[in-house]
Design a protein around this ligand. Structure first.
Ligand code: FMN
Length: 323
């Protein structure tokens, strides 16, 4: 039994599997689906503090969360401690999330170009200021998500500063920003951070199945695992890993049936929360049909469809052809 409880701030979860924040992916419907499949804690995709303060809040925050979406963290991206504080206070007041996370790892050009995401890691002073500004005013526990730096020493310095500034947990993606997604996530670097800090450390990067989950937990000794890309179109990954960590046995299921069911649930949740127009349905449809019988033809046809129900009928037609 390797599925441990996780305690971050006042939030205690029965397991330690987290859904990673992912732009255009981890909308409310998708997070609820991962939760139903056993994710213990989920994060929203990053929300720009600048945009929240200067643009149409209503549209940025449409369908951000719901009462069933607990416990959840809201991730903010920004570079100004004052703006992040203002945005975080607004989020705390309006949504009362269990956690507020600061994105210190995004390597995308449009994000680092404005000094945000992984660009923050170039300034220890700013990292410290941001986290202490937030922990100083918020009632909500603050977490941060970083990538590793070129030297282990620098990674540990940043990690220590984040802890000293009052963060309640730290997620470490074991790649440097300039690597983007190339090479493997470095478990040794993540383990070094875990050994250095007293707050919970969450390992992230390349957890894609039962073995990689078990290996990451065993090797790093981390308090939790955060899963990103492997959950896209595949929220069932949480159930599989959870079951394996609890019992040492694998869950075997018909992929065709399961993926279709998950996609149907996803569409139903989009409808329930009126999110059809604000999420990229086709992209999700592609992920949910990956590896299915006739997936190439399904995808080509999906590109001409706008409606989720029509997509489901299409996939069902292909499934029927198979049997
Ligand atoms: C499509 C996509 C969007 C992402 N958006 C965010 C984001 O908004 N905030 C963030 O901290 N990381 C973001 N990430 C990074 C993931 O949270 C995670 O750190 C990374 O994918 C490595 O984990 P994995 O190997 O489990 O995917 C994103 C990744 C992907 C693939």
């Amino acid at each position: 039994m390797k599925l441990n409880k996780l305690k971050i701030g006042k939030t205690e979860t029965s397991g330690n599997l987290l859904l990673a924040p992912m732009a255009d992916v981890t909308n409310l419907a998708f997070r609820l689906l991962c939760r139903q499949n056993g994710a213990d804690l989920t994060y929203t995709e990053m929300i720009s503090a600048d945009a929240l303060l200067n643009e149409n809040r209503k549209s940025i925050l449409k369908g951000l969360s719901s009462p069933e979406d607990r416990p959840f963290g809201v991730q903010l991206v920004g570079s100004s401690p004052e703006k992040l504080r203002e945005a975080a206070l607004f989020i705390e007041d309006e949504y009362k999330p269990e956690l507020i996370d600061v994105n210190m790892g995004c390597p995308a050009k449009r994000i680092i170009g404005t000094g945000c995401g992984s660009a923050l890691l170039n300034s220890q002073k700013l990292v410290y200021e941001i986290i202490s500004e937030l922990t100083g005013v918020l009632k909500t526990p603050v977490t941060a998500k970083i990538r590793i730096l070129r030297s282990e020493e620098k990674t540990l310095e940043i990690a220590r500063l984040i802890e000293e500034a009052g963060a309640s947990a730290l997620t470490v993606h074991g790649r440097r920003a300039e690597q983007m997604y190339s090479e493997n996530s470095d478990l040794t670097a993540i383990r070094a951070v875990k050994q250095e800090l007293s707050i919970p450390v969450i390992a992230n990067g390349d957890i894609r199945d039962e073995e990689s989950a078990e290996a990451a937990l065993d090797f790093t000794g981390c308090d939790g695992l955060m899963i990103g890309r492997a959950a896209m179109g595949n929220p069932f990954i949480f159930r599989r890993i959870r079951h394996y960590l609890e019992t040492g046995e694998r869950l075997e299921l018909d992929r065709q049936v399961r993926q279709l069911e998950d996609f149907e649930n996803y569409i139903a949740l989009l409808e329930k929360y009126d999110l059809q127009t604000s999420t990229n349905l086709r992209m999700h449809a592609h992920w949910f049909t990956k590896g299915l019988h006739g997936s190439r033809q399904i995808r080509e046809k999906i590109n001409n469809l706008k409606d989720g129900k029509a997509m489901i009928e299409l996939i069902k037609d292909f499934s029927r052809e198979k049997y």
